[in-house]
Design a protein around this ligand. Structure first.
Ligand code: AMP
Length: 280
């Protein structure tokens, strides 16, 4: 069932809750791939009803970013979502989510939203936390499913849920990759053949850094330099960041002693790709 109106979705879910059915929720921007589908499958395992939202959220895109051109294909998405176990697809319009007089934002402040993607995309996380908050208020899920692919997003959303005492459990699912290691992303379709080939360096350099860590390397500087040099061997790669932080706090660290996130963001042509690994 595809629902476009907030009130209609609330009504449908109220019915389900009255019958004591648990609701699992998977927020997405659509153009689904196996990464999204793994979240739907996990949600289906753990809940009676699975709601997936497909909404390209304008407030998380800066004016110079790809909001307009972001790939959209509801027909294909709905088929894939149903096959993976989704019961309800929530597909609201921008006007439905943000009526003209809407002026409220939810913002997680501090280092956690200022580093990594928060540095290159300063209004991004405010848009994410605002829309996820709205979606949680509409769906009132028992559990909500997110991918480790967006590791900072998970850390920020968990902080929001904790700080605001929200009644939802976040479930984090592993990164799903193409056979050759490229992390799945709706934006991969933007890549030219050559860019796609060179983009493999993201996962490769992270795997090698992980190996160095396993062999005893503990200096973040050394690992960052290793990854940076490896990525720089690809002529089409333009590095946005290669960073290591304690995870999930995203505090600075010189020496890897706690659980840490190694995260990279690299542009190939117009396409900005991210990838990460958690070590420790
Ligand atoms: P998006 O549609 O890009 O906003 O992503 C929706 C959800 O799918 C987010 O929780 C992402 O972290 C997750 N996701 C995206 N790509 C992957 C992937 N390759 N593996 C696992 N989860 C993913």
């Amino acid at each position: 069932m595809i629902i476009e109106k907030i009130e209609e979705l609330k009504k449908e879910l109220r019915k389900n809750r009255q019958e004591n059915r648990t609701v699992g929720f998977v927020p997405t921007m659509g153009y689904l791939h196996k990464g999204h589908l793994s979240l739907i499958e996990k949600a289906k395992e753990e809940n009676d009803i699975v709601v997936i939202s497909i909404f390209v959220n304008p407030t998380q895109f800066a004016p110079n970013e790809d909001f307009e051109s972001y790939p959209r294909d509801l027909k294909r998405d709905s088929e894939l979502a149903y096959q993976s176990g989704a019961d309800i697809i929530f597909h609201p319009s921008v006007e439905e989510m943000y009526p003209r007089d809407s002026s409220t934002f939810v913002e997680v402040t501090g280092q956690i939203t200022q580093v990594l993607c928060g540095k290159s995309r300063p209004t991004h996380f405010r848009g994410v936390t605002t829309v996820v908050n709205m979606l949680f208020n509409i769906v009132e899920p028992y559990k909500a499913y997110f991918g480790q692919k967006d590791a900072q997003q998970v850390a920020v959303l968990q902080k929001m849920v904790t700080d605001l005492h929200m009644n939802v459990e976040l479930v984090v699912c592993p990164i799903v990759r193409e056979e050759d290691g490229l992390a799945m992303s709706s934006r991969n379709i933007y890549l030219s053949e050559e860019e796609r080939k060179q983009a493999l360096v993201l996962n490769q350099s992270l795997r090698e850094a992980e190996k160095l860590y396993k062999n005893g390397e503990r200096e973040t500087k050394v690992l960052k330099q290793y990854i940076t040099e490896k990525i720089a061997t690809m002529p089409l790669a333009v590095i946005d960041y290669v960073s290591i932080y304690e995870y999930p706090s995203l505090k600075e660290t010189q020496i890897l002693s706690y659980q840490c996130l190694i995260a990279v963001a690299v542009k190939f042509g117009k396409t900005r790709l991210i990838d990460n690994v958690i070590i420790g």
